[in-house]
Every structure is written in structure tokens, then in C-alpha cells.
Design a protein around this ligand. Sequence first.
Ligand code: FAD
Length: 450
Amino acid sequence: SRRRSSVIVIGAGVSGISAAKVLAENGVEDLVILEASDRIGGRIRNERFGGVSAELGAGWIAGVGGKEANPVWELASQSGLRTCFSDYSNARYNIYDRSGKIFPSGVAADSYKKAVDSAIQNLKNLEDNDDSINVTSEHHSAPKTPIELAIDFILHDFEMAEVEPISTYVDFGEREFLVADERGYVHLLHKMAEEFLFTSDDKIMDSRLQLNKVVREIQHSRNGVVVVKTEDGCVYEANYVILSASIGVLQSDLISFKPPLPRWKTEAIEKCDVMVYTKIFLKFPYKFWPCGPEKEFFIYAHERRGYYTFWQHMENAYPGSNILVVTLTNGESKRVEAQSDEETLEEAMEVLRDMFGPSIPNATDILVPRWWNNRFQRGSYSNYPIISDNQVVNSIKAPVGRIFFTGEHTSEKFNGYVHGGYLAGIDTGKTLVEKMNKEKERDSENQNQN
Ligand code: FAD
């Protein structure tokens, strides 16, 4: 059977929900949201782990306390989401070597400054487009020792804000708040959904939200209806589609387009890098790491870049939880996704014994998210090459006929963040509403003429 509506929104992450809300608020009630997984939230997702709520995807509200209000921070305040301030700045003073010694703060500060300076220099060379300088200076300052590698990893995979201005921190402020709420970060999405979808007992009971609907094919033409087919054989028709699947999914073959997307579109999609970011949660019978606010983050310096480098204890968020989180990225994320959780647990324990001695207790539980192998995600977030013109993101965002694109990867200023997805959804929703209104006007003019 075919189901007909005005608009189909593909994906119920933050961007899909915010786009659908804008449509509903502007009179487009006749919409369907098709979500591949069994829940809303997408990359905002929590699971019970070790007695608390673990955020497998987005964990922080980034960009708070600045000249403009971060809209996600406002949503969090309105809905009473519990958060706690995260102070990353101390991480660099808690760098352990493999024998468990903490590098003296002077040494750490010097290495950090050196790394920031060289990153700024590299960026300048790139901007000047002078490859010869770039190559030599990179050779000159390439990180080699474990502490240099650790700092290089922290700087490039976490804290680029110190090297180049990042709109999130410039516009919204430099503070970051960790979501520490048993209802999860996703509570914000439930609150948003409640405003336009029918809910009962905190459950969305509205047939406009269709879960477990994996879109596999989109048939489109400039003037006819768009036909969307799902894996379970259902067919949906609409005048317009808003597609919010991630950049990783767009790069994969999950959804086929008939006719195929134009070259300018697919080429732009290929130009955007996909970052993989993995937070591994470990539960212990008791604490053996130093606690307190300046100790929340600590770093392990190993000769392999990114090898279980960045650690956080959960005692500020959930006192008494005895949980540590270690973050891996890109190559290390993919490596760990491909092995068993037992192997990962053993590796992590060996690292912890290096730092805290042989007598620490084994972790009793481990949680390893697999964003790279999730076919509805294929990565954690978009990363535009540092020197890329806005043309790439504009092409990724531009509609193709009746298919509109949204998602964090379509946000020129805030890609990679929850607020990027949220604002992109609003933007795409508004653009489509305008287009539909114009079409309506044209239709009624035509009718008057006839
Ligand atoms: P998504 O949330 O991915 O939504 C897209 C939806 O489309 C998904 O639900 C997916 O299941 C669905 N879908 C995909 N393909 C199909 C299909 N074929 N048919 C139907 N449905 C489909 N941001 C921050 O601000 N702070 C952080 O601390 C932070 N940390 C992060 C850590 C990790 C590990 C990850 C993964 C992300 C993190 N982010 C963070 C980024 C943030 O989570 C994302 O930018 C944001 O949630 C993306 O929202 P979206 O709506 O664009 O995409």
C-alpha cells in the first residue's frame, strides 16, 4: 500500500525533529517521519550502564557563556536537564607516562605551547598555500615523543579551538557542560517532539512517526511526486522529502537515488571527511584514580598516537558510579570496533595498570559504541577540511529537485555539534515552508486565470 503526505522527513535525529517541528508549526501537519532505528535521537543516544545513564553519542552542550545564547543550552534550561561544567583545561597537567609518573606541569605546559604554536604555523602555511614551507616545517616539528604525541592528539582531535577560531566557541562561549541526566540528552528531543506529535506517558503515539523504517530508495523528478521505498517493502509518496541522514550514510550505498544525484552533489559529499569518535565506558568495583574537579580528565602518553590517550572519570557527573570513560578516534576507533569487547577491556586494563599500578581491580563491565559500523551512521560527525571553501557545504546542503538536505553536516558554522543539527533542521524546515507557500500562491494564481 502507498501512503501519501505532503512531506517525508527521513531521520528522527535532532535535525529531522527540528525540521518537522518547523513544518508542523507552519501548517504542514501532513508529514511522515521515517526513522531507520527503533528510537528517536540518532547520534543522541543513552544506555543504562553501571547503574547510570551513559551517553554513547553527544555528551556535551558545547559553547555556553558567550555573547549569544546557544539554543540547545536554552532548551536544556527550559526542560531542566541536569548538566555539569567540564573543565578540560586541566587535562594537560594530568599526563601520565607509562611508568605512572605525572609529567611536571612546567614540562607539560611547554610541550603544549610548542604544539599550539606549530599547529598555528602549519595552518598559516596551508592558508598561504605554500606547500614547500608546509612540508619542511612539518618535518621540523612533527611530534615524536609520547608526551608530544599525546598533546598532538588532544590538540587536533579535541581542542582545535586554541589554533583556529571555531564559531561554536566564538559565538556561544567557551564553556562546555556535560549532560548528566538519567533521562538522557535525548530528553530534549522528546520535549521538542511533544510540541507537535501526540504523546502519552512520555511515549510518542503519533502515526506520523514511523520507526524501524529503513529508506533504501528515493525516486524523484522535478515536477512529479517523490516516491520513497523502505527495506520492509513499504512505499511512501510526497511532494517533498527532507533527508537528514549523516554524511557517512550519504557516502555509503544505503540509499539509492533514481535518477542518481548529480555530479556536483556527489562530489561535494565525497569531499567532507567523516570523523569517528568512540567513548568507551568501564565500570569498576571501586575508585583507584584521583578525584576532584582538576582531576576529571587525564591523559596517557604512549608511543602510539591516540592509543587510549584521553580519559575522564564520571565522579563529577555521577558520584559513586566508579566509571571511567576513555575516548578513541578515527583509526583507533575502527580498530577497536573490529575486535571483541573482551580484547578492548584487556588493552584498557593494561594501560590503566601502567598509570595506576598492578594492583588495581579489573573492570567488571565495558560498553563500546560502534558508530563506524552502524549502517545508519557510518561515523560520528562531519569534518570539513580546514581549508575548504563554503562551496562544499553549500553544495551538500543544496536541494536536488524536491529533495531537501539537512543534518549537522549542512550547518556552515556549527557542523559536528548538536546545535548544528538543531539549527540546520530549522533552516531547512523554513526554506521548504517558503517554497511550498510560493507554490501555493502560483497554483491559486493559475486557477484564477483559468
Ligand atoms: P543524526 O542524529 O544522525 O540523525 C539522522 C537520523 O537518520 C538517525 O536517527 C538515523 O538512524 C536516521 N537514518 C539514517 N539513514 C536512514 C535511512 N536510510 N532511513 C531512515 N532513517 C535513516 N555534539 C555536541 O554538540 N556535543 C558533543 O559532545 C558531541 N559528541 C559526540 C560524540 C559522538 C560519539 C557522536 C557520534 C557525536 C557527537 N556529537 C556531539 C555530534 C552530534 O551528536 C551530532 O552532530 C548530531 O546529533 C547530529 O544530528 P543529525 O540530526 O544531523 O543526525
